[in-house]
Write a protein that binds this ligand. Structure first.
Ligand SMILES: [Zn+2]
Ligand SMILES: [Zn+2]
Length: 253
């Protein structure tokens, strides 16, 4: 967690202040430096502040800023006539056990996990903060967040167990659904910019026998993709040709 705050002079246009302050927060989020969409800034004694959910102490270091972040901060500082203050507050529950600290990664997996990072490290199986992906933050983190938001919307339809539920399940499970095509493009871009092979995870909600599930071929190339040893706790399929991974279904009969 980090806090962001800046002092301003008496009599500034408050609307403009909120706008410029939230613009900084939005730029940081779009740069993969903060997590989630919840943002509740507050004002006290001519100071506007916010606490932001981040991963690792270095999350808001200047070295990770893009020009969009720098520009938005400059505009805010100019408007307020003061410098922004960024403070590290501490780590959140399970952060230390969940965040990848590897120097090198064998591979990545694009895997939706709510407001956590959607990228898992193949070496340690932990989550990689988006700002840590080399060169991803230039512009492409937006693509990743676009896919995360689409996944989140689909997940809500799925969990509501009503309108659109079946469609939502197919979106998550089929390698050629709109959601999967979007995600696989994002994974390909991550591979391209980082040089680290990036798999796409396909959910598996099929009602299927265990034997059939073990023997099911890669849905894209039809090849064998069963893993002898599970990865990430429950991934059981991996196709190196199609860069797809999947798990056993929880609906075995
Ligand atoms: Zn790692
Ligand atoms: Zn395949």
């Amino acid at each position: 967690m980090h806090s962001l705050s800046i002092k301003y002079s008496e009599g500034v246009d408050e609307n403009e202040l909120w706008h410029k302050f939230y613009h900084v927060c939005g730029s940081l989020r779009e740069n993969g430096q903060t997590n989630g969409r919840e943002m509740n800034a507050y004002i006290k004694d001519n100071r506007i502040s916010i606490d932001l959910w981040t991963f690792t102490e270095e999350a808001l270091d200047e070295k990770h800023f893009t020009k969009y972040v720098t520009d938005s901060i400059e505009k805010l500082e100019e408007f307020c006539g003061n410098k922004i203050e960024i403070k590290y507050l501490g780590y959140v529950e399970e952060e230390l056990e969940s965040i990848c600290t590897c120097e090198k990664h064998d591979y990545f997996v694009l895997y939706y996990y709510g407001d956590f990072s959607p990228i898992r490290c193949g070496s340690c199986e932990k989550f990689v903060p988006l700002f840590k992906i080399p060169k991803l933050h230039d512009t492409r983190v937006w693509d990743v967040l676009g896919w995360v938001n689409a996944y989140k919307a689909i997940k809500i339809l799925d969990l509501n167990c009503g309108t659109g539920e079946k469609w939502a399940m197919r979106q998550q499970c089929n390698y050629d659904s709109g959601l999967s095509v979007q995600g696989r493009k994002v994974a390909a871009k991550i591979t391209e910019v980082s040089g680290v092979k990036t798999y796409y995870f396909l959910a598996n909600y099929k009602k299927i026998s265990k034997v059939k599930d073990i023997n099911r071929p890669c849905p894209s190339c039809g090849g064998d993709w069963h893993l002898d040893k599970e990865k990430f706790g429950y991934f059981r399929h991996q196709c190196d040709k199609c860069l797809l991974m999947s798990s056993y279904s929880s609906y075995h009969y």
